[in-house]
Design a protein around this ligand. Structure first.
Ligand SMILES: Cc1cc2nc3c(=O)[nH]c(=O)nc-3n(C[C@H](O)[C@H](O)[C@H](O)COP(=O)(O)O)c2cc1C
Length: 403
C-alpha cells in the first residue's frame, strides 16, 4: 500500500492517491472529515485556520460506501482560492508582486505574493538554491505543513482498516514550551474524552491552563513554541514488522514516517532516551505467561516494539516538535534580490501547532501499522485479511510456534 500527495498550500486543491488499499472496507467522507477537523483545531493556531474548513471529496476507488480495491482519490479544495487565484494560477503569470491577503489590520493576515527573504527554520533558502528560483513562494507553498491535511486523510482510511482488527491509534500533548507532564501510557477512556475536548489535546486541565498562558506570552513577544506529544496504539498484534532486514523493522519505519512530518525533530519509543541512563535490569520488560492470558509483560518500557516487531503491548511513541519557525518578530535574513541583510519574511502562521502535529503523528502511525498489517496478512479484500488474521491469532493461542 502506498500514497502520494499533491498540492500547494494556497493552490486550488490538495489531493492524495492511495494505492493497494483492500476492497470491501466501509469508508465515508465523514470519517475522514472528522480527522481533518481534529488536525485543524488547537490553541495557538494562526489565521489560516480561520479560512481552512477542510472537507474531503472522494473522487475514486469507493462505491456505495465500500472500497473497490482500486486507487482511491481524495481531494480537499482550498476555500480561500478566489483570493489566491492570481498569485497561484497554474495558467498565467502576473500575480507575483501583488499582495493577495491584506484582510484588515491584523498583521497575522498579511502575506506577500513574492517572497524574496527566506525564513530561518524553513525550506525557503535551501529550496530556492536547490531548485533555482528567485521567489521563495515556489518553495514554501509545497513545504508548508498544509500538505499534512492529505496525510491525515490517508491516515483516516488506514485507521478505518485498523479498526476492523481492533487496533486503535490516539495521541495527546505531553509538553509545550517546557511545561510538561511526564505521562507516558495509554490514557483511560475518561482521559481520552478530555483530550478530544481539550484545545491543546492535553490530559490535565492545570497543565492545559499553564500551556495556554505560555502560548499567549509567545504570541505577545512575536515568538513561537514547540513541544512533545505521545502517539499510542492499542490492540496491535504481535509480529508487525520484522527483525530480518533493516527496512522491515517497524520502529525504523514508524520513526521515519513520523520524522517526515514538518518540524518533527525527535522520536522515542517507550522509555526512549531515558533508557540510555538506566541499568538494563531497570529497562527491559520481563516476560510472563499464564494459561488464561498467554504471554504478557508487566511493564512496557520498550513501547511495544522489540527486535523491529510489535510485541503485543501498546505502542508508545514520544515525539518532539521544534518551535514554529515563522516568527512575527522575525529573525535576521538576507534579501535574495539585493543580498542585503534584512528581517525574514512573515507568512501567516501558527504560534504553536503541537496538538495538530499530534493528529498528523496519529495518521502516519496508522498508515505504517496498516501497511505492516497488509504485509503480514496479505489479501485483496477485507474478508481474506480477516481470515488470515484469525488463523494467526488461533495459532498464537494454541501456542504453536511451528517447527
Ligand atoms: C501541523 C503543523 C502546522 C504547522 N504550522 C506552521 C506554521 O503555521 N508556520 C510555520 O512557520 N511553520 C509551521 N509548521 C512547521 C513547518 O512546516 C516546518 O518547520 C518547516 O516546513 C520546515 O521543516 P522542518 O522543521 O522539518 O525542517 C507546522 C508544522 C505542522 C506539523
Amino acid at each position: 500500500m502506498r500514497f502520494l500527495t499533491a498540492g500547494e498550500s494556497h493552490g486550488p486543491q490538495l489531493a492524495v492517491i492511495i494505492e493497494g488499499y483492500p476492497a470491501g472496507v466501509q469508508v465515508s467522507a465523514d470519517a475522514i472529515n472528522r480527522d481533518l477537523q481534529r488536525r485543524q483545531r488547537g490553541y495557538g493556531r494562526g489565521g489560516r485556520m480561520k479560512v481552512e474548513t477542510d472537507r474531503v471529496t472522494i473522487g475514486a476507488g469507493v462505491r456505495h460506501g465500500k472500497t473497490l480495491g482500486s486507487p482511491i482519490l481524495l481531494t480537499v479544495s482550498n476555500r480561500d482560492w478566489v483570493r489566491w487565484e492570481k498569485v497561484m494560477s497554474p495558467e498565467t503569470a502576473g500575480g507575483a508582486g501583488e499582495n493577495p491577503e491584506i484582510l484588515g489590520d491584523d498583521r497575522l493576515d498579511r502575506v506577500a505574493a513574492k517572497v524574496t527573504v527566506p525564513r530561518p527554520g524553513h525550506a525557503d533558502l535551501a529550496g530556492v538554491l536547490k531548485y533555482g528560483f528567485a521567489d521563495a513562494r515556489n518553495i514554501l507553498e509545497r513545504s508548508s505543513a498544509r500538505e499534512t491535511a492529505m496525510r491525515v486523510a490517508a491516515g483516516a482510511l488506514a485507521r478505518l482498516l485498523l479498526k476492523e482488527f481492533g487496533i486503535t491509534v490516539g495521541s495527546y500533548v505531553q509538553s509545550i514550551g517546557g511545561i510538561e507532564s511526564n505521562a507516558l501510557g495509554v490514557p483511560t477512556p475518561e482521559e481520552q474524552a478530555f483530550i478530544e475536548e481539550s484545545p491543546l489535546r492535553c490530559l490535565d486541565p492545570d497543565l492545559e491552563n499553564r500551556m495556554m498562558v505560555a502560548i499567549d506570552g509567545a504570541k505577545e513577544r512575536g515568538d513561537s513554541l514547540g513541544g512533545t506529544f505521545v502517539v499510542y496504539a492499542t490492540g496491535v498484534p504481535v509480529g508487525l514488522g520484522s527483525h530480518v532486514h533493516w527496512d522491515r523493522r517497524i520502529d525504523g519505519r514508524l520513526a521515519g514516517a513520523i520524522m517526515s512530518i514538518p518540524a518533527i525533530k525527535g522520536v522515542e519509543f517507550g522509555l526512549g532516551f531515558e533508557a540510555a541512563k538506566r541499568w538494563g535490569s531497570l529497562v527491559h520488560d520481563p516476560i510472563e505467561w499464564t494459561e488464561a492470558g498467554g504471554f504478557r509483560r508487566p511493564t512496557n518500557n520498550a513501547g511495544g516494539v522489540e527486535g523491529g516487531m510489535t510485541n503485543g503491548e501498546p505502542l508508545l511513541i514520544r515525539v518532539a516538535m521544534k518551535p514554529i519557525p515563522t516568527l512575527y518578530s522575525p529573525l535576521p535574513s538576507v534579501d535574495l534580490d539585493t543580498l542585503q541583510a534584512t528581517q525574514a519574511s512573515v507568512e501567516r502562521s501558527d504560534i504553536c501547532a503541537v496538538p495538530a502535529a499530534a493528529v498528523v503523528g496519529e495518521a502516519m502511525t496508522a498508515w505504517v501499522l496498516a501497511e505492516a498489517l497488509l504485509e503480514k496478512f496479505s489479501g485483496d479484500n477485507l474478508d481474506d485479511l480477516k481470515q488470515a488474521f484469525a488463523a494467526y491469532q488461533q495459532r498464537l493461542q494454541m501456542g504453536d510456534k511451528g517447527a
